[in-house]
Design a protein around this ligand. Structure first.
Ligand code: IMP
Ligand code: MG
Length: 420
């Protein structure tokens, strides 16, 4: 049953992506005006249904074209340092920076062929329809107006199911090898934070062994694979000479200048504060968890395989985030509090720093030539969200969607190369 509490809870802005909601609202108008719920499919009136769908397709496509233009204008205003003039910013105040144009009309056509959005008479264009259109539009934007030099991947849910490992039969492996073969650098930017390479080998061995055993990839191409752990805290590079196929890169070799000013005392103070806030949540919400304190993170994870309610996980994230944000140290030091599906962690730094550090370590790759693929893009309690500050992004909902997106990227690349 939908209670008033649930409705209001669901309306909370941290559970909504405002750009997606706004586009959904725009498409709802032609859906209401043009969909024909009273036409029965099986009747000879099939022609009429097809006609109505074509009309709806046309209206949706026009709206996507208009949004595409608004994004172009927004990019222009940001470029000439007049962001206040952006109409898109007025309509969607939370909208951020776009590093490439988004080819929304073409992306809509592509997704409409797969998802039959304009043929639907009872279900309006949904959050997932628009999320996938935006991903396709981003892929087109990267290939047509820029190029791809680095792809960074989140781990859990993006490369493998939550809490599992990247096994050797994972279909993402051939896709990643294809990227490396094309000279594209690959980073795995995960929250999982360990200073020892064997821990990452345990998690990623399917991919690391496949890259190691691949006889077609050159040494330079294999060198293009890095792992950034703890959001932005531990960097590793592929190294076939190591048993774990990874070698740890000392911080002096990759820290960004701004990161050098992060003081050890501040890190300790912030983690102490977060730990206390987590302990308070454990007590007041009766969470069946243990607290885990690490070098650059603190978190709670369930004991005896307990499954925690989403509401309690989110309450914990928001409570801890609020406490740290309001502190002096929280203002000095970047941090990321997030809901990991069945645990809550607070990490020092965030994925914007992680992606930027990879870009710089791999030779100074620009944001417009980087794509970060992840599953956590809500504005609070999600850790891929911050990557939007450093690169273009794609929001996927399962490892299968990651594979589909990489296949789409490959086919757009081939089509574009043929055409030019
Ligand atoms: P991601 O989806 O690849 O970013 O991985 C997130 C998951 O890594 C979390 O949900 C935790 O289960 C796990 N994890 C292990 N160590 C850490 C840590 O130090 N910080 C945050 N998450 C961690
Ligand atoms: Mg994830």
């Amino acid at each position: 049953m939908t209670t008033r509490y649930r409705v209001e809870y669901a309306l909370k802005t941290h559970r909504r992506d405002q750009l997606i909601e706004w586009i959904k609202g725009l498409l709802a108008v032609p859906f209401v005006l043009h969909s024909q719920p009273t036409i029965i499919n099986q009747e000879p009136g099939e022609g009429l249904t097809t006609l109505a769908a074509a009309d709806t397709h046309q209206r949706y496509a026009e709206i996507m074209q208009d949004v595409e233009r608004l994004i172009e204008a927004h990019m222009h205003h940001e470029k000439v340092s007049l962001p206040g003039k952006s109409k898109l910013k007025l309509l969607v105040p939370t909208v951020g920076t776009f590093f490439t144009p988004l080819h929304l009309r073409e992306a809509f056509r592509y997704q409409d062929q797969r998802r039959f959005i304009s043929r639907r008479r009872f279900v309006a264009p949904s959050f997932n329809d628009i999320r996938l259109i935006l991903n396709s539009a981003q892929v087109l934007g990267l290939i047509k107006t820029s190029s791809v030099e680095l792809i960074t991947f989140d781990g859990d849910v993006t490369l493998y199911d939550d809490g599992t490992n990247l096994l050797s039969d994972n279909p993402v492996i051939p896709c990643i090898i294809r990227l490396l073969r094309q000279g594209i650098k690959v980073g795995i930017v995960t929250a999982a934070g360990y200073s020892e390479a064997p821990k990452y080998y345990e998690r990623l061995y399917g991919l690391l062994d496949a890259v190691h055993e691949n006889g077609v990839l050159t040494t330079a191409q294999k060198d293009g694979l890095v792992v950034m752990g703890g959001e932005s805290n531990f960097l590793f590079r592929f190294n076939p000479a190591e048993k774990s196929k990874l070698s740890y890169i000392p911080r002096e070799e990759w820290l960004l200048d701004e990161m050098r000013s992060w003081k050890e005392e501040d890190i300790k103070e912030l983690l102490d504060l977060a730990e206390n806030a987590l302990l308070t949540c454990k007590e007041t919400l009766h969470l069946p968890v243990e607290v885990l304190r690490k070098d650059r993170a603190v978190g709670v994870y369930p004991i005896h395989g307990a499954k925690m309610d989403r509401e309690l996980l989110e309450e914990t994230v928001l409570a801890v985030q609020n406490t740290v944000e309001r502190s002096a140290v929280g203002a000095r030091l970047p941090f990321c509090a997030f809901n990991g599906g069945n645990d809550v962690f607070v990490d020092i730094g965030d994925k914007s720093w992680g992606v930027r550090a990879c870009q710089r370590y791999l030779g100074g790759i620009e944001p417009s030539k980087t794509l970060h693929i992840g599953d956590q893009f809500l504005s609070a309690g999600a850790n891929d969200f911050r990557a939007r500050l450093a690169s273009t992004t794609a929001w996927i909902a399962s490892p299968k969607e990651t594979v589909d997106l990489l296949d789409e990227l490959d086919s757009v690349t081939i089509t574009h190369a043929k055409a030019s």
